[in-house]
Design a protein around this ligand. Sequence first.
Ligand SMILES: NC(=O)c1ccc[n+]([C@@H]2O[C@H](COP(=O)([O-])OP(=O)(O)OC[C@H]3O[C@@H](n4cnc5c(N)ncnc54)[C@H](O)[C@@H]3O)[C@@H](O)[C@H]2O)c1
Length: 384
Amino acid sequence: MTSSEQTGILKVAYIGAGRVNFGGAAGGPWDHSKRLEQLGGVEFVAIVDPLVEKVRDVLEKKMAGAYAHLYTNCKVLTDYRELLSMGDNKPDAALVGVPPFCHASYKNDIELQLVKAGVHVFVEKPISVQPPEEIQPYVKEVSRTAKEQGVIMSVGYMFRYHDAINKMKEIITEHGRPLMNIDMAYNCAYVSSTRAYIWNIHESGGPIIEQATHFCDLLRYFGGEVDYSQLTSLVVPASDDPTNPGYLSSLSPLLKEGDIPQSSRSPRLTHAQWKFKTGTVGSLTHSYSIHGEKYITNIEIWADGLRMKLENLYYPECRLKIRRGYTDEEQEFVFPTADPYHGEVEVFLKAVRDKDSNIIRSSYEDAFKTYQLTWAIRRTGTGT
Ligand SMILES: NC(=O)c1ccc[n+]([C@@H]2O[C@H](COP(=O)([O-])OP(=O)(O)OC[C@H]3O[C@@H](n4cnc5c(N)ncnc54)[C@H](O)[C@@H]3O)[C@@H](O)[C@H]2O)c1
């Protein structure tokens, strides 16, 4: 019996001391550490990041906060391999929140080393930035090893744990009719998007692989597997010409987009459509278009006798409108307290404790299928 099994306290390590694990000055709803602290039943044994000062800074803040006792034995490490020689303090579980080009390959084999050592893994989306066919052998080996070792793997597609998405799933099941159309739009407020690598598709993967991946994942969550022979996509490419639709008037000068080769610049708009194997039509629009801070998102699902429209999924004012059956009236649902980030880590910890991978809604293998869809959209739209 391990010490965690004796005490019931899970030992958790963070890989990456950045925004998704610890929140960020620029805000955003993400911060896995906050949710884990509130959930309890855990202690933090290490934070791994080559930027030692950044980790020290994170730890200093944690030691001054209400959950300092959870960090008493927390080590500052610079390499994930060090986690595996921590003896009794080896983590039971690790949360991997590093840029996608820093993991998911035989060179940067964070997932593989963890699962080989019997450590449960929660890894952020996107699972990589390399072409899917290049990482497929790695993904297969990680998935097979995780099964052999009996460890849980979960990927951070948090919207699968959102109350509004649960409600839509429930209504589809109740309604009992196949879906005709699933249409999603993800419009990013781009002015404050100042991380340079996001704007270079050869570093971030591009807007579909990096951002709209959340909606590609939901499209699959509702629609199932994609018939790739029917997929097409169109883009509005970047342009420096103010008379062109691809010109963005308010890009931060800090990004120095002019230094990025034209063929590597992020498209301003991507529109893709396809059929699922069931015959349902799927479509996705992503744009860098609006100013201000808030993104504008929209999800519509249609079936015989049913229309669902979900707006503002990222925000507490998220609203679901439903028209179904023999009426022109709409029902409206709101979800002011929904916290999908809480849901995804809560379910991950429960799966680890109960050794039950069936409750994980985004497995590593399934997330790879979403990853394949995002690449297919990028390739048909941009040719690269
Ligand atoms: N699900 C969501 O809503 C959501 C939100 C934000 C970020 N993310 C994802 O989380 C991942 C991380 O994003 P972020 O915003 O936290 O990035 P970030 O740049 O804020 O932090 C990443 C950290 O990882 C560290 N790092 C790099 N290589 C490492 C390695 N080998 N070992 C340990 N640490 C390493 C970096 O030094 C950096 O401190 C990305 O894939 C991103 O897409 C998801």
